[in-house]
Ligand binder design. Structure first.
Ligand code: AMP
Length: 284
């Protein structure tokens, strides 16, 4: 597995892969890899002949009071996991390589970024779209892999690629979960043992709403009530929002169907967690 940390080295590698006729699959991450990230790699391995995984904790997508400084990192472990799953190249840029002094142009998302995560984390999606736009231009992948776990991020990147006519095929990968239902996340590392026990209530609420949908419930307000009932079993888990939305622009719906997305953001102790399902898939 090759390690690239400068933009010229990255460009040389992508050029050589294209010349060899290989399709390039890009998996962008912030590292501290887990089986969710590795599911993206596995999918990339099936579809692309050259798989590149980027690890970059993007300062632009963290707000002032957020966890940039303490975001978990373990490059030695990440190397082993990525190599073990057949990644061909790791891209590990320094912050100064991605944002040299004087860099100021940003990608502005549209109204889809104003609600849910965008409302809770002002500027977050400007940071996400800017770094993803840069990675797309640097790597020029044929395919790029994103998790459904970050559903609003996925929706916005899909829109960016469509609105700006970039010839990149986006592949959405279902959320990988622990045995009890908790969605894997690098931020789960922050959970105390008690928090970890409580955190399962997010997926339990989604499961309960999915069950109600399968039994015939179509009213969004009743699904939300079902979720809140589950969440109230853990009063220390502070719900930030419950979104019951259509998949294109994540606008709220009153009546649900199989395409509807159910999303939750909540604080478990000091850790902010998000999770979602589509009613077609449930917890998977
Ligand atoms: P992150 O390192 O948290 O920025 O995540 C990098 C990519 O992995 C994003 O596309 C995420 O949506 C995806 N991802 C994170 N957690 C999971 C998970 N549990 N299952 C599937 N994909 C995930």
């Amino acid at each position: 597995m090759l390690e690239l940390s400068t933009i010229p080295d990255l460009r040389a590698w992508t050029t050589s892969q294209r010349k060899a006729g290989r399709r390039i699959g890009l998996v962008p991450t912030m590292g501290y890899l887990h089986e969710g990230h590795l599911a993206l790699v596995d999918q990339a391995r099936r579809q692309a002949q050259a798989v590149i995984l980027s690890i970059f904790v993007n300062p632009l997508q963290f707000g002032p009071g957020e966890d940039l400084a303490r975001y978990p990192r373990d490059l030695v472990r990440d190397r082993g996991l990525a190599g073990g799953r057949g990644v061909d190249a790791l891209f590990l840029p320094a912050v100064e390589a991605m944002y040299p002094t004087g860099s100021e142009i940003r990608v502005t998302p549209g109204s889809t970024a104003e609600r849910w995560e965008g409302a809770a984390r002002p500027g977050h999606f400007t940071g996400v779209l800017t770094v993803v736009a840069k990675l797309f231009h640097l790597v020029q992948p044929d395919l790029a892999y994103f998790g459904q776990k970050d559903i609003q991020q996925l929706t916005l990147i899909r829109r960016m690629v469509r609105d700006l006519d970039w010839p990149i095929e986006l592949v959405a990968v279902p959320t990988v979960r622990e045995a009890d239902g908790l969605a894997l996340s690098s931020r789960n590392a922050y959970l105390t043992p008690d928090d970890r026990t409580r955190a399962v209530v997010l997926s339990r609420a989604l499961r309960a709403a999915h069950h109600a949908f399968c039994e015939g419930e179509r009213r969004a307000d009743r699904l939300e009530a079902r979720m809140r009932q589950q969440l109230s079993a853990e009063p220390s888990v502070k719900v930030e929002y419950i979104a019951i939305v259509e998949p294109e622009g994540l606008a709220p719906v009153a009546t649900v169907d199989a395409g509807t997305i159910l999303a939750i953001a909540a604080r478990v102790g000091s850790t902010r967690l998000i999770d979602n399902i589509s009613l077609a898939q449930g917890l998977g």
